[in-house]
Design a protein around this ligand. Structure first.
Ligand code: 13P
Ligand code: SF4
Length: 359
């Protein structure tokens, strides 16, 4: 049962201008060498999201780090023994690492790398909604601030959201979901749970257009359509596979199709090409009739990460403002750790077959 409380749709957050790092081969090599040396000296490992630049993704893999979705980024950083975690992604990913690893130094190439979902869910507004609905278990997407996570009962990522909501629904719980209305709506449709939905959205995924996708699919009838669930319902309705970034990459590897239409940030193409060389990848359209695309298939906050900034951060004195270290008040960190740990424990139990989700 979907609960249609008239929560106001949040105004679309205005993203910053897209500024991507452009490097020639010489500068790239010299920066990578400098960074590798600094990382070794500082016992650092690089954890990068699939939406960051090809240079950062390559560097993460060359140095024994990882490139992954937000769930695996959290798991990898937690399990790794390095004293310093470099998180190339957006702020909530750095904060999640710090929440799980208070004893480690967590740094980011750019502290301004935000997320429209996080920005659309200020903690005071979220807490007020929770207070209004004490009978509801609160489930928040990982794309939220540490303070929102600290107020929530559960944290989920797109890769595990439906499973956790299905489990909670099976326990008879009514839910309050924040902040992504499209992901919340999708999870509600597949689980049938009673969910009150916050009305935030992702500036990148919100822009995919069902009309344009229909035309592209007609031109490529054998292509499989892969959609991230932060996309609007009409786009999800045309998907052959709906999933987290990792699940979409797996689909390109696994499915027999030769062509794929991909509705998520195009930074993911770097990993998809490596996973399935020779397959044809097409960007789902963000333009067309009624186009409102402000960040056309690429996240401007993810694009703030780059090798030049990473080198500068590692060269700054440790603890100085230029060192871009994530710091979180201990009380908030400890409370946020409980709701994130619930998700990690659930993921481990489900993988081990200790949680039966039924049909
Ligand atoms: P994933 O958890 O699928 O990597 O998604 C994170 C994100 O910000 C997508 O826009
Ligand atoms: Fe946030 Fe969207 Fe960027 Fe992901 S792509 S970090 S959800 S703004």
């Amino acid at each position: 049962m979907r609960v249609d409380f008239p929560l106001p749709v949040k105004p679309v957050i205005q993203p910053p201008p897209m500024v991507e790092e452009v490097l020639d081969d010489r500068e790239r090599l010299s920066l990578k060498n400098r960074i590798k040396k600094l990382m070794a000296e500082q016992d650092a490992v690089l954890v990068a999201h699939y939406y960051t630049s090809a240079d950062l993704q390559d560097l993460a893999e060359e140095t024994g780090g990882c490139v992954s979705d937000s769930l695996e980024m959290a798991r990898f950083g937690h399990a790794h023994k390095a004293k310093t975690l470099i998180v190339a992604g957006v702020k909530f990913m750095g904060e999640t690492s710090k929440i799980l690893n208070p004893e480690k130094r967590v740094i980011m190439p750019d502290m301004g790398a935000d997320c429209s979902l996080d920005l659309a869910c200020p903690v005071d507004e979220f807490a007020a909604l929770c207070d209004e609905h004490p009978d509801r278990t609160s489930v928040v997407y990982a794309n939220t601030s540490a303070a929102v996570k600290a107020r929530a009962d559960w944290v989920v990522t797109s890769g595990i959201a439906a499973k956790i909501v299905k489990y909670l629904h099976g326990q008879g719980k009514k839910l309050l979901w924040a902040p992504d209305r499209h992901l919340g709506d999708y999870v509600q449709r597949v689980t049938g749970a009673d969910m009150l939905l916050w009305q935030g959205s992702c500036v990148v995924h919100e822009a995919f257009k069902a009309d344009g996708l229909k035309v592209l699919r007609e031109a490529h009838p054998d292509a499989a359509v892969l959609v991230h669930p932060e996309s609007p319902e009409a786009v999800i309705a045309m998907a052959d596979v709906v999933g987290s970034t990792t699940q979409l990459i797996d689909a390109v590897r696994r499915l027999p199709n030769h062509e794929f239409i991909v509705a998520t940030d195009n930074g993911i193409f770097h990993k998809m090409r490596a996973a399935a060389p020779g397959k044809i990848l097409l960007e789902a359209p963000t333009a067309g009739e009624g186009a409102t695309c402000v960040s056309c298939a690429h996240c401007p906050w993810m694009a703030m990460n780059g090798l030049r900034k990473l080198a500068a951060v590692l060269e700054a004195p440790i603890g100085s403002p230029g060192g871009n270290e994530i710091l979180i008040e201990e009380d908030i960190r400890a409370r946020a750790a409980v709701s994130i740990q619930r998700m990690l424990d659930f993921a481990a139990a489900e993988k081990a077959g200790r949680i039966q989700l039924g049909d």
